[in-house]
Design a protein around this ligand. Structure first.
Ligand code: SF4
Ligand code: SF4
Length: 360
């Protein structure tokens, strides 16, 4: 099993400021095989309900909101591998579309389409991330990922328990990004109005929103003040400021919200690395079952992206878990009637993928 430190997943800018938890180790999510995308499987491979992603997009049908200091980190990096990503960032900044002191953001039109397009996720070229490299099928700005790109996987070693850990990390890092991006603007000295997100959902749309155009000149100047035309310098300055922070500095500015989120993340981490199997289980009443031509079963317990395939023998065991008798008793009946007993490891896996669930 390949283990890595949690902090090694994050851009270096965070390494001196995040709490002890980020020193801990975690198994690599081995089922999300990104270079040979697990969701772009050929016909016949295990998928649920026939869901497959396009090789042209993979799961990158999402526009990541890049906080200002990460934009600066990309611009300051000298590694040739990031060159294409830097070019893309230069282009976006020149376009002024979604270019604000908080960072580089998706447009209102993109956000609206995204909310309406769950069935297009992983497939639509219209929704393709601007940082995706079509020629290589890879990300051009790795490792400068935002919270969403760091924490999203289509499949998890530990099924649902893995998913809820990564969602807790997403919430935590989302808070970190907001705090740091706002701190940078505040320290650089732009007006407080720029520290807040620029447009609310209720504000009327203009033709510029519909046509993905930048704000008019006056609005743009109001937003950027003396930094208009020097946005790249602004982002680099934001990056430099965050690099000077210590963990104590960060703790002070991140406040009680950080403490709450880190406690939740620690709890999810413990559940992930030391899972506890409930003593009484039952078959998930919402289980989606598909029978294959080979006589095996594809079972979807918690996510259509992460089903598991089991033999008929294992499938037949599920009904013995009725939510009343203990797992031990259920295993005894299975041995009597089917001549084989599920191991603890198999039970844990069926539970983590929510094929079997705890009784309330
Ligand atoms: S996380 Fe995305 S790129 Fe990686 S295997 Fe899953 S769908 Fe493919
Ligand atoms: S930033 Fe990279 S990983 Fe994230 S959605 Fe875009 S291409 Fe994919």
């Amino acid at each position: 099993m390949i283990l890595y430190r949690l902090k090694s997943l994050l851009p270096e800018v965070y390494r001196n400021i995040l709490p002890e938890l980020f020193e801990k180790k975690l198994p690599k999510e081995k089922a999300a095989t990104c270079s040979d995308c697990a969701m772009c499987a050929e016909a016949g491979d295990v998928t649920s309900l026939g869901i497959r992603f396009s090789k042209e997009t993979k799961c990158c049908t999402h526009y990541p909101k890049l906080p200002n200091y990460l934009v600066g980190a990309i611009l300051e990096n000298n590694d040739l591998k990031i060159r294409k990503g830097q070019e893309r960032v230069h282009q976006i900044i020149r376009s002024r579309v979604g270019v604000v002191p908080l960072g580089i953001l998706s447009t209102r039109k993109y956000d609206l389409l995204y909310r309406q397009s769950p069935l297009a996720f992983g497939k639509s070229s219209t929704m393709l991330c601007p940082f995706f490299r079509k020629d290589e099928g890879l990300c051009s700005i790795y490792p400068f990922w935002n919270a969403t790109c760091i924490t999203w996987f289509c499949k998890y070693n530990a099924g649902y328990d893995g998913q809820i850990f990564w969602i807790a990390l997403l919430r935590y890092l989302g808070h970190v990004e907001r705090v740091l991006a706002q701190y940078a603007i505040y320290k650089i000295g732009l007006e407080a109005g720029n520290i807040l997100f620029p447009k609310t959902i209720t504000e009327p749309w203009t033709e510029r929103d519909f046509d993905d155009q930048p704000p008019d000149e006056d609005a743009y100047q109001r937003q950027w003040k003396e930094w208009a035309g020097r946005e790249e310098d602004f982002y680099k300055e934001a990056y430099g400021l965050i690099l000077t922070l210590s963990r104590d500095d960060f703790d002070r500015m991140a406040g009680i919200q950080q403490e709450i989120l880190i406690k939740d993340l620690e709890a999810k981490y413990r559940e992930l690395v030391r899972p506890i199997l409930p003593k009484i289980l039952r078959r998930n009443p919402k289980l989606i079952v598909e029978k294959t031509k080979q006589g095996t079963y594809i079972l979807t317990g918690y996510s259509p992206f992460d089903p598991i395939e089991v033999s008929k023998r294992i499938y037949d065991m599920l009904d013995f878990f009725d939510g009343y008798q203990s797992n031990k008793d259920a295993c005894g009946f299975i041995l009597d009637q089917l001549g084989a007993e599920p191991t603890n490891e198999l039970l844990l896996s069926l539970y983590q993928f929510r094929i079997l669930i705890a009784t309330e």
